[in-house]
Design a protein. Sequence first.
Length: 185
Amino acid sequence: MAGADAPRWGWHRLNKQAAARLVAAAGIVPGQLVLDVGAGEGAITAALLARGAHVIAVELHPTRAAFLRRRFAGRPVVVVQADARDLWLPTRPFGVVANPPFGALSALLRRLTASGSRLERASLTVPLHVARRWSSADAPGAARWRITFDLSVGPRVARSSFSPPAVHDVAVLEIRRRRHRDPRR
């Protein structure tokens, strides 16, 4: 029996068909650096590779991280065993397409939208109520990040796309960097 301090490995695996749809809708281009946070066994990572992305697959669970290293050996994938709440972000422009751990969403979203983040675009599967809250006018920290990012609720993801099926309705939370016009033009 696990002690009170043992990590909890709750996981809702996204099936490969839903992962492929998520990646296709994300507009990934060949050579783009993309993070797959909560990579699991690599359904999203595989779909990103099929689009020509260079992937940083983030997975906390040691057995799944080792599996990802074996599965994608020799491919443009770096597997990082890390907690999504403590993730160090790339210092160059990047995208995120992920089915992140729901328990780490607030910390991850704050990190992705922080001042200095080089995030260009993200598509994250999240509970529908989280997508609605973060895309609303009273979103957490909105006064800080709305200058740089637009957040919106994207398509719904069927509960049956996850194993085990998701408990709550799920949607894609879309984050896009705003493009500022040059005032001299």
